[in-house]
Write a protein that binds this ligand. Structure first.
Ligand code: DNO
Length: 349
């Protein structure tokens, strides 16, 4: 498979270092972002360049950015949206000029990925992220003591309250309308500078706290791609996000969206009940997704984009950013690479 295996790296604050990442056989590049600028503002060329040079010094490429976050005002269609969209376009231009080929972003209101537990103990003694719908429904985002990953920690309680109030007027169709405005401005710029935009599915792919979520299933992904029908308007196929809804047939989606998937996030999840799941190791045996069939579908559709192992468990006593330790993601990368090598050679034989 003519794909490029990558690893997410959170920059100098990450406990996982570039020296670690380069020692994972098969690792070609790093997926990162510029973390020194507030959401919505333009990233400095100096920071982009410094990131690229640092990564390249370690024999890796910096061709994928995850994420250039979309400011809430854009999702809300607020008064400041035009300026913020222009800033977004400028970031796409700057990244394209610096050699970035793919930008992952999401259009989830307020909260990015959401879990009820960050360190759920598993039978083997490792721990991983998990989600229980009843627990989440019982939480009040304004008073919750739980620290949820994906929450922008810069929200004050009052700020969050105000933001949630603004979303009261935004249903799914309003969110689609604001996504349309965003895509119609950004995709032509991405085309010009050779960047492929890759929207990340909502995680989990259902509405939470009354907020609309629209990037959830095959029909809606197809609708998103029709808004601007261009290879530059693609998706991040995140198996773990889409895969917790048993109605989402990932193999079928990979075939249906051939040519529109510049980036895949590969991880497994174990569905434990209705709208309940645990993140398992990457291997098929431990989760609800058949990773062999997923990789086979990627191979059969000529996938030539970027892939990364996604959330891993915390194993061997490792601590750190939930889902983003070194060991289990490295194991995941090796497993996925092994599957791909076997599939390719099987087909050549
Ligand atoms: C979680 C990630 C997401 C993702 C963003 C993309 O581990 O997959 O936070 O980076 O949703 O914008």
């Amino acid at each position: 498979m003519n794909w490029k295996m990558t690893f997410r790296w959170y920059g100098d604050d990450d406990k996982v270092t570039l020296d670690h990442i380069r020692q994972i056989p098969c690792m070609r590049g790093v997926v990162s972002a510029i973390y020194d600028t507030p959401v919505g503002e333009v990233w400095s060329n100096a920071s982009i360049d410094a990131m690229r040079r640092k990564v390249e010094k370690h024999g890796l490429t910096f061709e994928v950015v995850e994420s250039v976050p979309v400011h809430e005002e854009i999702k809300l269609g607020g008064a400041d949206a035009p300026r913020l969209i222009e800033n977004y376009c400028e970031n796409v231009r700057r990244l394209g000029k610096a050699g970035v080929k793919c930008i992952c972003y999401n259009f989830m209101p307020v909260f990015d990925w959401l879990r009820s537990e960050l360190a759920h103990t598993r039978a083997d003694g490792s721990n991983a992220l998990s989600y229980d719908h009843a627990t989440v429904l019982a939480m009040n985002p304004l008073t919750s003591e739980l620290s949820l990953p994906g929450w922008d920690s810069s929200y004050t309680k009052a700020g969050l309250q105000e933001l949630l109030a603004k979303y009261a007027a935004i249903g799914e169709e309003e969110l689609w309308r604001n996504l349309t405005v965003f895509l119609q401005a950004v995709i032509p710029v991405a085309e010009q500078v050779g960047v492929r935009m890759a929207i990340h599915p909502d995680d989990p792919p259902w509405g939470i706290f009354g907020l609309p979520r629209i990037i959830t299933n095959r029909e809606n992904l197809a609708r998103m791609m029709r808004i601007v029908d261009s290879p530059a308007n693609g998706i991040t196929l995140c198996t773990g996000s889409l895969g917790v809804d048993p109605n989402n047939d990932l193999v079928e989606m990979i075939h249906a969206f051939r040519g529109r998937i510049p980036f895949v996030h590969l991880r497994n999840v174990k569905i434990t009940g209705e709208r309940c799941f645990e993140e398992s190791g990457h291997v098929s045996e431990q989760g609800s997704l058949d990773m062999y069939r997923i990789l086979r579908a990627l191979h059969e559709t000529g996938f030539d984009g970027y892939a990364r192992p996604d959330h891993g468990r915390m194993i061997w006593g490792e601590t750190g950013r939930p889902g983003y330790g070194l060991y289990d993601r490295a194991l995941g990368a090796m497993y996925l690479y092994g599957l791909a090598e076997a599939i390719e050679k099987e087909d050549r034989a």
